[in-house]
Design a protein. Structure first.
Ligand code: S3P
Length: 438
């Protein structure tokens, strides 16, 4: 299990381009696989999570050429062209792969088994199983509602009219993918808007889908058509750099070509609320913007003093993956930061409320978990050894804490950084973080 050592001090300067968006990379594989024709992809994330989805589709009979990093050529097999895989599909650490595939595979003529690593097989799956069963699917799981999942094939699915109990793009996307195979339309409402990459990409591939008044409506029956997709840089990976630069005076950093889809930009709003100096430069759209694509921009951040805030609950789903990084900003800020309405953080790759609180306390910061959030009192960060609990985002967040620490930080159990951000350490070194593998 590899460890990171971060020497205190440093600041972040220059330009950084982080790898491709994880959510979009998963989705382009899924839709490319069931489209008619060849989908060409640039900027695909070469992370363990998205490579697990790629391997799964190869097992399902899809030819994917991957001649160069970031470039894929997916030979779509059409909606009905997937084959039974030779064995269980191992999705490693990736919750997005498992939940979205559960939806996509519920309407196939064959059975599939989905499994994953110790973290993934602890995560809740009934949130997708329950509505998929209401659509006519049949999915077996453990008595705890966890993977391995056995997805029974040969079922006839019906469209569903469903109020999601939680704002979850993974649940919404699973149901939309199942809806492609169902009889009749699927209508979904969320308690708060979650990331809408699936809706945008389905539209891009020619599906009949519309969002109106908070209701997503998919009408099946239109074949998907292959397309080209340029994947923007992942704002969730950029978030570590945004936080690091924002909280360290003397920093001045530009993140290139970042995805700034408004359902993902809660981190920018929250950092600004905390007093950060952030500029979204020349927001331009990728080549497919006019077909419902993804907006992209360069983002400049300059370091300064941050203040603690009460986090508005409406921003929680829009920044759901960025809280580990934002908790570091809160630790370095003046005053108290209060987060509520974020119980979902307990169900990510680790229980992010507990793992972050434990690590922050090790670094001398007062951090009090609550049932659905945390209260952090900013202060002087001291050195120490923190455990990431194998959670990629926790590991990268504590690495950035090095910018504000007196002494040095050791972060244990960092292998999973490669699930979402291969090359993180090198990119951080180039920008000015004093980090190295132990
Ligand atoms: C994702 C949705 C989010 C997020 C995850 C990726 C996606 O999960 O935390 O990292 O690609 O749909 P939820 O939808 O469960 O909140």
């Amino acid at each position: 299990m590899s460890r990171l050592i971060i020497e205190g001090g440093g600041r972040l300067r220059g330009r950084v381009r982080v790898p491709g968006d994880k959510s979009i990379s998963h989705r382009v594989l899924m839709l490319g696989a069931i489209a008619e024709g060849v989908t060409e992809v640039e900027g695909f994330l070469e992370g363990a999570d998205t490579l697990a989805t790629l391997a799964a589709f190869r097992s399902l009979g899809v030819a994917v050429e991957h001649a160069e990093p970031g470039r894929l050529r997916i030979e779509g097999r059409g909606l009905r062209g997937l084959h039974a895989p030779p064995g269980p599909l191992d999705l490693g650490n990736s919750g997005t792969s498992m939940r979205l595939l559960a939806g996509l595979l519920a309407g196939q003529p064959f059975d599939t088994i989905l499994t994953g690593d110790a973290s993934l097989t602890r995560r809740p799956m009934r949130r997708v199983i329950t509505p998929l069963e209401r659509m006519g699917g049949a999915i077996l799981c453990t008595s705890e509602g966890t993977a391995p999942l056995v997805i029974r094939g040969g079922r006839s699915l019906r469209g569903i009219d469903y109020d999601l109990p939680i704002a979850s793009a993974q649940v919404k996307s699973a149901l939309l993918l199942a809806g492609l195979y169902a009889e009749g339309p699927t209508r979904l409402r969320e308690p708060a808007g979650s990331r809408d990459h699936t809706e945008r990409m389905l539209r891009r591939f020619g599906a009949t889908i519309a969002t109106e008044g908070g209701v997503v409506r998919l009408t099946p029956g239109t074949p998907l058509e292959a397309t080209r997709v340029d994947v923007p840089a992942d704002l969730s990976s950029a978030a570590f750099f945004l936080v690091g630069a924002a909280m360290k005076p003397g920093s001045d950093l530009v993140i290139d070509h970042a995805g700034v889809n408004p359902t993902r930009t809660g981190v920018l709003d929250l950092l600004r609320l905390m007093g950060a100096d952030i500029e979204v430069l020349e927001a331009h759209s990728s080549s497919w913007a006019d077909e419902g694509g993804e907006p992209v921009a360069d983002v400049r951040v300059r370091g300064g003093a941050l203040r603690g805030v009460e986090i508005p609950e409406r921003l929680v789903p829009l920044a759901i993956d960025e809280f580990p990084a934002l908790f570091i900003a809160a630790a370095a800020a003046r005053g108290e930061t209060v987060l509520c309405g974020a119980e979902e953080l307990r169900h990510k790759e680790s229980d992010r409320i507990e793992t972050m609180a434990r690590g922050l306390r090790t670094l001398g910061i007062e951090a009090r978990p609550t049932a659905d959030g945390i209260v952090i009192r900013g202060g002087a960060l001291q050195g120490g050894v923190v455990d990431s609990a194998s959670d990629h985002r926790v590991a990268m967040a504590f690495a950035m804490a090095g910018l504000a620490v007196h002494g040095s930080i050791e972060v244990a159990d960092c292998d999973n950084i490669a699930t979402s951000f291969p090359g993180f350490v090198e990119a951080a070194q180039r920008a000015g973080l004093r980090v190295r593998w132990a």
